[in-house]
Design a protein around this ligand. Structure first.
Ligand code: VAH
Length: 318
C-alpha cells in the first residue's frame, strides 16, 4: 500500500484507521473521503480529504484517479440495526457502494479491503467456535449484504484478479467515534454511562454472548492483512477474527472492578436482541492466525482499563 483511498472515513472505523495509516504511510498518502465534511475531525484536518458519496460511481473513479491510488479501503456502509430499519436503503448503500468501489479497483488495478462481520452468519451457523468455512444463511439485511459482499469480492479476485481481502469483524469497541446503529454498540455505550451516570440499562439481554474486539487490534488487523504475502492466503473474503467473547454481565463485572458503584439493569430491545441471537457466541480465528499472523493484544480486562482511562480524559471526568 502506497496511496490509499478510504471511503466512510468519518465513521466508526474510518475515524481511527485514517489517522493510524497516515502514521505508517505518510499523511499525504491516505486520501480520506466521506459523504460529509466535519471540520475539526482528524481525518479531515491531517491530510487530503474529499467529499464522496459512494453511490456516485463517476466521482469515486475521478477521486481515485486524481490521487493515483493503489489501494481502496471501502468502509462506507449501514450497520445492522439501521439496516434492519431501512432494508432497501441498506441494500442500495452496502451493495451499490461496494460494487462501485470494486469497479474502480478493477479499472485502476487497486488492492481492495472491505470489512465483513460476524453478522454474515445466521441462526443455522454453528454457534460455538464458529469455523471459517461454514453455513452462512443470515436473516438480517445487514447479514445478507455482508455475505453477498464476501461473494462479490471473491468473484472480483477470481474473475478479474483484483487483490480483494477482508475480515469478519466482531463488535468493535473504541473511545473515539461512536458507532451508529449497530447491535454490539451496547459494549461501547456502557463505558460512557458507567463514567457519566454510574449505571447502564442494556438493550441486550443477560447471557447473550457475542465476539468483540478493541479498536487498536482491529486497525492493526486491517494493515497486517493488506500487507500479508498474497501467496500465503488460502482464504480472502473474509477471515474470522476475534479478541474476546462476552455477555453483558461480564463487561458489567469488569467495569465494577474500577467503578464499584456501577449498576446494570436491562430493557431489552427485541429487534437488536433478535439480531444478536442469530449471531455466533464465539468464532474461530485459526485461519487468520495461520495465513497472515493475526493476533489480538487486548482482552476484556486490558480493554476496560484503557477505555476507562481514555474516556475519563475525553469526558473530563476524574
Ligand atoms: C453491527 N457493529 O452491529 C456491527 C458489527 C458484529 C457487529 O458488524 O452492525
Amino acid at each position: 500500500m502506497k496511496k490509499i483511498l478510504v471511503t466512510g472515513s468519518l465513521g466508526q472505523i474510518g475515524s481511527e484507521l485514517v489517522t493510524y495509516m497516515r502514521g505508517i504511510y505518510g499523511n499525504d498518502n491516505v486520501i480520506a473521503t466521506d459523504l460529509r465534511r466535519i471540520d475539526g475531525c482528524e481525518a479531515v484536518e491531517s491530510g487530503p480529504f474529499e467529499i464522496l458519496d459512494v453511490l456516485d460511481a463517476k466521482k469515486m473513479g475521478e477521486v481515485a484517479k486524481k490521487h493515483n491510488v493503489d489501494t481502496i479501503i471501502h468502509l462506507a456502509a449501514l450497520l445492522s440495526a439501521v439496516a434492519e430499519a431501512k432494508p432497501v436503503l441498506a441494500w442500495e448503500i452496502n451493495m451499490g457502494g461496494l460494487f462501485n468501489a470494486l469497479e474502480v479497483a478493477r479499472e485502476l488495478k487497486c488492492s481492495f479491503f472491505t470489512p465483513s462481520s460476524i453478522g454474515a452468519f445466521g441462526p443455522s451457523t454453528p454457534k460455538d467456535n464458529t469455523p471459517q468455512d461454514t453455513i452462512q444463511r443470515p436473516e438480517t439485511m445487514y447479514g445478507v449484504t455482508k455475505v453477498s459482499g464476501e461473494l462479490l469480492c471473491d468473484y472480483y479476485y477470481k474473475k478479474f484478479g483484483v487483490d480483494t481481502r477482508g475480515v469478519r469483524f466482531p463488535g468493535l469497541i473504541s473511545y473515539v467515534a461512536p458507532p451508529g446503529g449497530g447491535t454490539t454498540d451496547y459494549a461501547v455505550d456502557i463505558y460512557y454511562k458507567a463514567l457519566e451516570d454510574k449505571k447502564y440499562t442494556s438493550y441486550i439481554n443477560k447471557g447473550t454472548y457475542m465476539d468483540m474486539m478493541y479498536m487498536p487490534d482491529a486497525l492493526k488487523a486491517i494493515v497486517n492483512l493488506m500487507e500479508a504475502d498474497s501467496s500465503k492466503l488460502v482464504h480472502r473474503n473474509a477471515f474470522n477474527i476475534t479478541a474476546m467473547s462476552f455477555e453483558p454481565e461480564m463487561i458489567a463485572a469488569e467495569i465494577k472492578k474500577h467503578i464499584s458503584e456501577f449498576e446494570m439493569s436491562y430493557n431489552v430491545d427485541p429487534v437488536r436482541q433478535a439480531i444478536a441471537n442469530s449471531w455466533p457466541d464465539s468464532i474461530d480465528s485459526t485461519c487468520a492466525k495461520e495465513e497472515w499472523g493475526f493476533k489480538a493484544n487486548y482482552d476484556l480486562a486490558s480493554m476496560t482499563i484503557d477505555m476507562l482511562e481514555k474516556l475519563r480524559v475525553k469526558l473530563n471526568i476524574r
